[in-house]
Design a protein. Sequence first.
Length: 207
Amino acid sequence: MKLLRIDSSVRLENSKTRMLSDHFLTEFGKKVDFDLKTRDVGISPAPFPTDEFIKANYTKPDQRTEQMKEVLSTSDTLIDELIEADKVIIGSPMYNFSISASLKSYIDNIVRVGRTFALDENGAMKGLLAGKKVVVITSRGAFSYKSGAALESFDFQQSYLTALLNFVGITDITFVNAEAQDFGQDNVKATNFEEAKQQLSELATVW
Ligand SMILES: Cc1cc2nc3c(=O)[nH]c(=O)nc-3n(C[C@H](O)[C@H](O)[C@H](O)COP(=O)(O)O)c2cc1C
């Protein structure tokens, strides 16, 4: 079983998403042996797409120059390791009600026609990564993003990542969200963090 862990917090210390991903991996490792590949785009971001990248991407693979292949090489590496993975853990801090720029630039590198989605003769799009399981571990500074709560409509993180993963064919997605990690009172912070840990421990037994 091949597992890919993606981290996208820019924090070097005390990152809640990293701590929760560590916890989940420890718990999951009690049940299953796996080969782990880690990709930390928070610390080493993937490059933003450029004009050259777009031109290379939209050139048919057999017509690409050596320079175009070079321009796409990081993206190809990221896609190869994603295709290889059976299961994926994504650590995603909420930044300005959505994902971090580091995770967005990763996404801009891995969503590519002919590699992670395809177009049929009618122009309909089909995701090519079907069958993978994903757990997304988020941390948010504030609280009230839960269903029916005050900031529910501000949560573009879960809706965006769900739509994006669906687009590339992934439908087995579980979110575990730790809220109130910056602005909650200490006991609220701790309770929310422990609840997320507990959810992850339970998920590890069935994932
Ligand atoms: C640039 C930036 C933007 C943020 N925006 C939000 C936000 O919109 N809503 C929120 O609840 N928390 C926000 N936060 C707080 C983070 O979600 C919180 O610190 C979370 O724990 C980050 O994950 P990490 O601990 O793994 O870095 C923001 C933090 C940063 C650094």
